[in-house]
Design a protein around this ligand. Structure first.
Ligand code: SF4
Ligand SMILES: [Zn+2]
Ligand SMILES: [Zn+2]
Length: 307
């Protein structure tokens, strides 16, 4: 079924075909409805957006900037992390800087090299570890620490429905249900002053929808994927899910919608998790030392062994 007489540009999983204008309305209403439904943004916020320069984070920044123009009490800042992935991150950061300049948004950039002494590329030459594991640990660490230092009330990320779906299945496959209790459209303990809550305004938008919206608004990046991405477990789960979605449209929505029904039970089950403070860096941690300090120690030992 078509929305109107205009040429359709996208088909939704339920079968409806939308023209460009109706798709843009549909997409924006879905994001703003997600924000209301999950109470992601209050009336007075100093929001951060984790900006990689890719289509998802640019789309979130574009939409939240729109929201902030309608509400002067919502302030927007962008935070970018330069992991040091040569031939890739430098290009996405250029796009991030260009967008922030054009839209008058303050951009804060923090790098692994400055904060930890090594780029991700250098770390991977020293440690025999999965790139995305250490990359993710250091990125989450820096984003939380810097957001808190910048006094941001929340940090919005570009996670979409496909990302969430992949995370849910990855946790199932690895029997790591506790990690699933930390998923959802709003993450982080509000009662712990060391954690900055993270929000996902694109939670109910598929990758395909975000790509289409980004393309129509000139936000689509033309970068190749991160060179480390193909090695990841996530990439394999992504391919499997895409295959299933092609055969059985609506699979991704079903996974996320059923997950949302059990999420309150998971949060209840793991609510007694005690958040400690890392003995070395004072950042929040589930163990004596936080994961970032554990990997920094491994790096230090490996460097000493080589010398
Ligand atoms: S694909 Fe992996 S290594 Fe590349 S930026 Fe993402 S998490 Fe980091
Ligand atoms: Zn239409
Ligand atoms: Zn630590």
């Amino acid at each position: 079924m078509n929305c109107c007489n205009e040429k359709s540009v996208i088909a939704l999983p339920a079968g409806e075909k939308l023209c460009k204008n109706h798709f843009i309305d549909y997409f924006e209403s879905k994001v703003f409805k997600t924000i209301r439904q999950f109470d992601l943004i209050g009336k007075d916020e100093n929001l951060g957006v984790a900006l990689s320069g890719g289509k998802d984070s640019l789309t979130v920044l574009h939409l939240l900037k729109k929201l902030s123009k309608q509400n002067q009490k919502i302030k927007i800042n962008a935070i970018a992390i330069d992991e040091g992935i040569s031939g890739y991150r430098d290009k996405t950061l250029e796009k991030a800087k260009e967008f922030c300049n054009e839209n008058n948004i303050k951009l804060h950039i923090f790098s692994y090299k400055e904060e930890f002494g090594l780029t991700l590329d250098e770390m991977l030459k020293i440690l025999n570890a999965k790139p995305c594991t250490i990359c993710g640990i250091f990125r989450r660490y820096l984003l939380n620490k810097k957001s808190r230092e910048l006094k941001l009330t929340k940090l919005a990320t570009g996670h979409n429905l496909d990302d969430e779906c992949q995370s849910i299945l990855m946790n199932q496959f690895k029997n790591n249900i506790e990690a699933s209790a930390r998923l959802g459209p709003k993450v982080g303990l509000i009662q712990d002053g060391k954690f900055v809550q993270r929000i996902k305004p694109l939670y109910l938008c598929t990758e395909k929808e975000v790509t289409a919206y980004a393309f129509m608004n000139g936000l689509l990046d033309d970068f190749a994927e991160c060179p480390n991405a193909s090695q990841s477990f996530r990439a394999q789960v992504r391919d499997m899910l895409n295959d299933f979605e092609n055969k059985f449209p609506g699979t991704k929505y079903s996974i996320v919608n059923s997950f949302l029904q059990i999420l309150p039970l998971l949060k209840q089950k793991f609510k007694h998790e005690i958040i400690k403070v890392c003995a070395r860096c004072n950042e929040p941690s589930a163990n004596e030392l936080c994961n970032a300090c554990v990997y920094l120690e491994k790096l230090r030992k490996s460097i000493l062994e080589v010398r």
